[in-house]
Design a protein. Structure first.
Ligand SMILES: *Cc1c(COP(=O)(O)O)cnc(C)c1O
Length: 423
């Protein structure tokens, strides 16, 4: 059996009981499945291969902000994935993981001069432009580097569709992208520049989009807009149509990949451009869990609390978005159900993973997993309450690798400096 499954009453990942991992690496810890990542990549790439001609396959750029551990990046790179980076740090990671420069798309609302220079020197495939100031800066820096930088403009198409407001990025008022009139202005501006070449547009309307209809609405807007650009004699040879592919957190209906691929074939393919996509959570989200241990139980005003050793600093999504994550015990999985508040040790009322959730009875010392933690988990983790970042472990069949060690207190305290006038 592969992936997360129960064997002899214990939750395992491939052939490895999660209790063994807890024993070896301690808790809290992130545990990932290489096989699930591979399966997700194959499912998306497969749907596209089946539906789009071989010479028109999209560049699948993994939005690595979802999980940028070098071990995960290397795995995706080895599968043939391309990558999208949103900072100089992510660019460094992409290069270190071995992604070829022509497979790197550089995005970000506030790229700094240093980051743009690093992108130019690496010769990334393109910059996704979010403002005219950035366009001007790229033109100047590319001139300085004696380069011609390829850029696409991020269009804010005013299309909704994300699962909730905080992960919507393509509606009026969102900070991302430019309104259509501004993108037109951007093309005009770029035409007068010597060191940039405007090649197309980019949209990313948000995350957890479960309806092909939301994508179709977007694709129609893109097609109309490409028509408008071409009517004004602007070249449009690249379309980056973003990410937002959903994963299973609870019991949501997921996007039908074949119908998505068909919508791409119907609306985007005829525009005859290079096609770029940016799947993030889809590739890694369901591949990861946060493994945690129950520290204490207590009753207060009639509610039962389980205090676990993982916290909001390790996995921020419930506190940040009110996101729902599945929780399961590692053993004694058929115990009688009991309503629990599952909380972490951090001194914040929002450090709650679940409220009044019916779970098999657990007691101090028991292990549990918080599911769907492979995306936007460890990469959002902080040292709040001076808690070390948890380790990350990658499992592939019977192979187990520590892909990031637990942070030490030396790592944590070592960067602080006490002024000598206080010593
Ligand atoms: C976050 C992000 C993605 C990926 O979003 P998912 O919901 O993880 O697929 C893709 N592109 C951009 C620009 C993003 O900001």
């Amino acid at each position: 059996m592969s992936g997360f499954h129960e064997q002899n009453g214990v939750l395992c990942l491939d052939s490895v009981p999660l209790s063994d991992i807890a024993k070896k690496y301690g808790t809290p810890a992130y545990v990932y499945s290489a096989r699930v990542i591979r399966d997700q990549y194959d499912a998306l790439a497969g749907a596209l291969q089946k539906t789009l001609p071989a010479n028109r396959q999209p560049l699948l750029c993994y939005a690595c902000k979802a999980n940028s551990n070098l071990g995960i990046l290397k795995l995706l790179q080895s599968l043939g994935s391309s990558i999208e980076v949103v900072s100089g740090g992510e660019l460094k990671r992409a290069l270190k993981a071995g992604f070829a420069p022509e497979k790197i798309v550089m995005e970000g609302v506030g790229k700094t001069e240093e980051e743009i220079l690093a992108g130019l020197r690496a010769r990334v495939h393109q910059f996704n432009i979010e403002s005219f100031g950035e366009l001007d800066l790229i033109n100047r820096l590319a001139g300085q580097e004696k380069q011609l930088a390829d850029v696409v403009f991020r269009l804010n198409p005013d299309v909704g569709g994300a699962a909730y407001k905080k992960i919507s990025t393509g509606s009026k008022g969102d900070k991302f992208g430019l309104a259509p009139e501004r993108v037109l202005e951007g093309f005009a501006r770029a035409q007068s520049m010597e060191h940039v070449r405007a090649l197309g547009i980019f949209t990313h309307i948000g995350s957890q989009i479960t309806e092909t209809g939301s994508f179709e609405a977007l694709f129609k807007k893109i097609a109309d807009f490409v028509g408008l650009l071409r009517s004004k004699e602007y070249e449009v040879s690249r379309l980056d149509i973003g990410g937002g592919f959903p994963i299973q957190y609870q019991d949501e209906d997921l996007l039908d990949l074949d119908s998505y691929a068909n919508a791409v074939r119907e609306h985007i393919l005829p525009l005859d451009t290079e096609i770029i996509m940016e799947p993030g959570r889809y590739l890694v989200g369901n591949a990861g869990v946060l493994l945690t241990k129950v520290l204490y139980e207590k009753e207060s005003y009639g509610e039962d609390f389980l205090v676990v050793d993982g916290a909001m600093n390790d996995l921020m999504r419930p506190a940040l978005y009110g996101a729902w994550h599945g929780i399961e015990p590692v053993a004694n999985r058929d115990a009688a159900l009991h309503p629990y508040n599952i909380v972490g040790p951090v001194c914040e009322s929002s450090d709650v993973f679940a409220k009044q959730r019916n779970l098999p009875e657990m007691k101090p010392g028991d292990l549990a997993v918080i599911r769907t933690a492979g995306a936007y988990g460890v990469c959002m983790a902080s040292n709040y309450n001076t808690r070390p970042l948890p380790p990350e472990i990658l499992v592939d069949g019977d192979k187990i690798a520590l892909i990031r060690a637990r942070q030490s207190y030396e790592d944590l305290l070592g960067a602080d400096i006490i002024p000598d006038w206080l010593v």
